[in-house]
Design a binder for this molecule. Structure first.
Ligand code: ATR
Length: 279
């Protein structure tokens, strides 16, 4: 695509940024919709992130995604932060408004819920308790998404109990902390199981969890997407549980940013899934 002087430009700030799949993902959509625009990787070291964000309006950029390790710092660099990003405690999407001010959003909770709805439309938030494993950054977005969707009870378990206690105290709502050692008992009667830990990711050991006590109707999802089918998802599918892989969350969280910067609501398609995975 040859850009004109009117090209809309956005990008992703990270350090390092080479691992990010966002340029590939947004580049696909820009091509698909024939948009005069570009989405570029922006390698921004931690000591320059505030400067880099504040420079977006002067450069005429429409905004940017923010990835590791800048998501918390970005919260402080925006003129306005939306309520969801405040609760999650991190910003992953920056939008430069008409008046040149910078708005910080967090689209991870939206991406998580949109992925569940797209892949398993029969799942209902009210269907029963959810079990969430892990209490890191990804868990915060999942907890906010499930709370806002109206899940009646969220059983939160983390190897380091203090982190789970801290999250529950901050977020409130239907979150109930249970000891990591009771993770198998926690599965009883659950309607949803979410793994937000790094266990099962490529190169990491599988999550140490037997699924016997999980109802076979419960939806099982993992936010890890490399591999696409983690040992947890493989075990869940083998016993007949519906599953949702982690790639959908990555693709759906990108949609609000693309729409804000480029003025087009983008679609998540099977072709896009294949294209993003190929890299
Ligand atoms: P992210 O921001 O991507 O969620 P993170 O903040 O590093 O990443 O969190 C990783 C999660 O995986 C944490 O919940 C972590 O548990 P601790 O809080 O106890 O560290 C969890 N995790 C990592 N290795 C684990 C292991 N071997 N067993 C169980 N949980 C593990």
């Amino acid at each position: 695509m040859i850009l004109t002087a009117k090209a809309k430009v956005a990008g992703v700030m990270g350090w390092p940024v080479g691992h990010s799949r966002s340029p590939r993902l947004h580049g696909w959509w820009l091509d698909q919709y024939g948009i005069d625009g570009a989405y570029i990787p922006l390698a921004v070291p931690p000591d320059r992130v505030i400067d880099a964000i504040r420079a977006l309006p002067a450069l005429g950029l429409r905004g940017a995604n923010v990835t590791v390790p800048h998501k918390e710092a970005a919260l402080r660099a925006c003129d306005r932060v939306d309520p969801v990003a405040k609760r999650i405690g991190a910003v992953n999407t920056l939008v430069v408004a008409e008046d040149g001010t910078i708005e910080g959003r967090n689209t991870d909770a939206f991406g998580f819920m949109a992925s569940l709805k797209a892949d398993q439309p029969a799942w209902r938030a009210e269907a029963g308790p959810a079990v969430v494993l892990g209490a890191g950054g990804a868990s915060r977005a999942v907890l906010v998404a499930l709370t806002d969707a109206g899940v009646p009870e969220i059983r939160l378990l983390n190897r380091t109990a203090a982190r789970a206690e801290q999250l529950a105290a901050e977020l409130g709502g239907p979150i109930r902390v249970m000891p990591w050692e009771e993770r198998e008992a926690a599965l009883s009667g659950a309607a949803l199981l979410v793994n937000t830990t790094t266990q099962g990711m490529g190169g990491e050991p599988a999550l140490d969890l037997h699924l016997e006590r999980l109802p076979v109707t419960a939806l099982v999802t993992d936010i890890v997407y490399i591999p696409l089918h983690t040992p947890l998802l493989t075990a869940a599918a083998a016993r007949g549980n519906p599953i949702v892989d982690g790639l959908g969350m990555l693709l759906h969280q990108a949609r609000p940013g693309f729409e804000a910067w480029f003025g087009q609501v983008p679609e998540v398609t099977p072709e896009l899934r294949r294209f993003v995975l190929e890299s």
